[in-house]
Design a protein around this ligand. Structure first.
Ligand code: BES
Ligand code: ZN
Ligand code: ZN
Length: 500
């Protein structure tokens, strides 16, 4: 995808040359002074007249009219260098590449050094570029006879830079791996549930295992019955598609200890069961496996970059359907942990399947657990659509997840779980727990319930009900699935490997 050229960017022969323009007094000084000479001061005039702007996100095309081998320069405003953050830089790259694709140019040159700032540096800039490009141009192919994929794609990206080539290539590659993994997760989430069943999800996991040498275990219903995974089995009871418990193991250390457990909700479609969703609320419930997709995306990054960290991924996969055999409100079920659960709401199914998955992650030696789930609409009421809700039983481990999310550029915000909250999920008169103690603090109730199964293992719950999908196109991707938390989970594994 990327090649590095340490020659003169103004000899670039691609369809366009992308240049970052910083909001500083001498915009065409330093690295751009050569360019200004070629244009005999005309570029400065274009800035004066407002045709070219260094304001953040401002995009302008300047035709070279034979003065350079490249046909046009594409300027992207970066704003004030001191205010620039990695997230902004990714957005700027994303905006440019969306434009390149729209214009149907198949190759682009990038004058990378014009994007580098003191704070972000060459490696950070290259990583941002590597990640932003695949994310920005992502499109779900869809199922039209003529697919939603442009006939001209960006095939060649030449990075012009005078910086250390080896370091740049490693950073571009790592960034690209992250971006591609986000896209893999997006595609899984965008797929409809008739085409992405639990079986298909397990086939995807199998392909990952084959590609990266992960140890793979897929539990079938008979295995679950033997083990006593009553919670996952209960949710699957109304379905024609058998549930799967998918386990992937990545051994990054010589010994199987210090294991990070990643658990992702894999409800391929959530009708709500007998606590049926409304005809509007049910639409979009194919995305209820976004937690599973995030975990699989993170495993893709881990497989590519091979951090020195043990990781076990556990994905409970099923749909939540209505039928003569389906589980019902008032049912009492026994989870893998032995704890019994009174089902008050069959639409609170995520926490049930996660209960068994968290217990199973512990069986596989997980010493830390992060679960990711589209768990409760209440998290949207609490935090809006741009923040993932977090809950935790361990401040230090939460701190690590928070740092990872900051490095990844994904927003998480912690909600508390109090003793009173725990009492509420334990308030059933006939079972150890109940799965729906009422409307108040919806998102927290979900977290508190799963926490009963994490017990003393340091654990963080990430509720992505608001962030897994978006209704808006952004600089870094189209409306639809976002692939949220792929990067946070992968950064967490990398940071744990580096003992940060
Ligand atoms: N899958 C839903 C949560 C959800 C809602 C995800 C909107 C994405 C968008 C979950 O299984 C659910 O139905 N939760 C209930 C919880 C309640 C029954 C305790 C909810 O949000 O109302
Ligand atoms: Zn539900
Ligand atoms: Zn659900």
């Amino acid at each position: 995808m990327f090649t590095i050229d340490n020659g003169n960017p103004f000899e670039c022969g691609e369809d366009c040359l992308i240049i970052g323009l910083k909001q500083i007094p001498d915009k065409f000084g330093g690295r751009l002074s050569g360019l200004d000479k070629i244009f005999e001061g005309e570029l400065k005039e274009l800035v004066k007249s407002g045709d070219v702007s260094a304001h953040f996100g401002s995009l302008s095309t300047v035709h070279t009219l034979g003065k350079l081998p490249v046909k046009r320069l594409l300027f992207i405003g970066l704003g004030k260098p001191k205010e620039m953050k990695k997230e902004g830089l990714k957005k700027a790259f994303g905006k440019v590449f969306k434009h390149v694709r729209k214009m149907r140019w198949s190759s682009a040159g990038i004058f990378l050094d014009t994007f580098i700032t003191e704070k972000i540096g060459p490696v950070g800039t290259a990583a941002a570029l590597g990640e932003a490009l695949p994310m920005a141009v992502y499109q779900f192919p869809g199922y039209k006879r003529k697919p939603n994929i442009p006939d001209v794609q960006i095939e060649k990206t030449v990075v012009y830079s005078g910086c250390n080539e080896e370091e740049l290539m490693a950073a571009l590659h790592a960034g690209y791996v992250y971006g591609k993994a986000v896209n893999s997760a997006r595609t899984l989430v965008n797929m409809p549930s008739n085409l992405l069943t639990a079986e298909e999800l397990s086939a995807f996991a199998r392909r990952l295992a084959e590609k990266y040498g992960f140890e793979l275990e897929i539990l079938e219903k008979t295995d679950m019955e033997k083990l006593g995974m009553g919670a996952l089995l209960a949710v699957n009871q109304g379905s024609n598609a058998p549930a799967k418990m998918i386990v992937l193991k990545y051994e990054g250390k010589t010994e199987w200890k210090d294991v990070l457990g990643l658990v992702g909700k894999g409800v391929t479609f959530d009708t709500g069961g007998y606590s049926l969703k409304t005809k509007t609320g049910i639409v979009g419930m194919k995305t209820d496996m976004a937690g599973a997709a995030a975990v699989l995306g993170a495993m893709e990054v881990i497989g590519e970059l091979q951090p020195a960290q043990n990781v076990v991924a556990v994905i409970p996969a099923t749909d939540n359907m209505v039928s003569g055999g389906a589980f019902k409100p008032d049912d009492v079920i026994t989870s893998l942990s032995g704890k019994t659960i009174e089902v008050l709401n069959t639409d609170a199914e995520g926490r049930l399947i996660l209960a068994d998955a968290v217990t199973y992650a512990k069986h596989h030696g997980a010493d830390y657990i992060v679960d990711v789930a589209t768990l409760a609409g209440g998290v949207v009421t609490a935090l809006g659509l741009d923040k993932t809700g977090a809950m935790a039983n361990d401040d230090a481990f939460f701190g690590q997840v928070l740092e990872a999310s900051r490095e990844a550029g994904e927003f998480i915000w912690r909600l508390p779980i109090t003793e009173a909250d725990k009492e509420r999920v334990r308030s059933s008169k006939i079972a150890d727990l109940n799965n729906s103690p009422g409307r108040e603090g919806h998102a927290i109730m979900g977290g508190a319930f799963i926490g009963e199964f994490a017990e003393n293992t340091p654990w963080v719950h990430l509720d992505i009900a608001g962030t897994a999908t978006t209704g808006k196109d952004t600089e870094l991707g189209p409306a639809g699935a976002t692939g949220v938390m792929v990067r946070t989970l992968a950064v967490l594994a990398e940071r744990m490997a580096a003992r940060i």
